[in-house]
Design a protein around this ligand. Sequence first.
Ligand code: ZN
Length: 345
Amino acid sequence: MKAAVAVRPGGPEVLELTELPRPKPGRGEALVRLHASSINHVDVWARTGAIPHSGRFPRVLGADGAGTVEEVGDEVDPSVLNTRVLLYPLVTCGSCEPCMEGRENLCDDLKMLGVHLPGTYAEYVKLPAENLVPIPDEMDFTTASTLGVAYLTAWTAVRAADVGVGRSVFIPGATGGFGTAAVRFSLALGATVLASTASPQKAQRLKETGVKHVIDANVRDLAEEVRRVTGGRGVDAALDSVGSATFLQSLRAVRKGGKVVTIGATTGKEVQLDLRFVFANGLNISGVYMGTRKELAEIVKWVTEGRVRPVIDSVYSLEEVAEAHSRVDGRLAFGKVVLRPTGSA
Ligand SMILES: [Zn+2]
């Protein structure tokens, strides 16, 4: 089968197209023929080798994918054959405390496709059959391939932040996969959305989608700007995927008793925190790491019902994988960048 592999840690130039043996599903596993695979920042970390305890190089990247079930191993219900699915990207143990509590995204023995296991930048991927999430005929594979990481994380984040009618939320760097997803969910839930971006073109697109205040990320103090447009009060919540460049500003942008959800650190993972500021203002900081299979199935329902429409930036063939990664690396995309490993998506 055709696959795109990172031959060694490095920039987009380490991605090469190659031929690999088609995987054989084992007991409890299924083989999926991939029609679409979307790119996430975690793929970039997997490419550069920044994730500890991840697999060896060369490695097939890709956590997100959608396609049809081509083959199943022993002990898998054969009725799933030829069905349309998207993939839950986390392979979990099913027996640790978080798994038993139904929070398998926090599994003690977590493995992610494309990081610890062969990923979705390939014509085929094998994975546990319990990771198959059915999608309806009316959902195209490109759309389905965007949901497993960015939309799942955004969904969990808006819930952790109690985003809803009558509440306001600040989303810094709102133009990548997670950011656009968080904006879409927040608007669908009836919240007032404030977002920041450094690009005037992307600012215009955010306004067109219904973001009330788009703040120029080049201003010195994002938090001050958020406070200015909220009459000094601050927002009810902030969803921060940017990390060190914006996290402290997100903290200062929320009102007293407000919530700050951290879900990623694309610009860096370390900040110097004034604890007095946190307790004296009664702030709630919480971390979100993707979500559960059940939550992913809920998102499929929302998208099917048309309550949220994922934002697709661009679609590339597998041969163009390096170019597609450069677009994500360079933060040029507005929404999700998708690869098409086989046929039409
Ligand atoms: Zn577990």
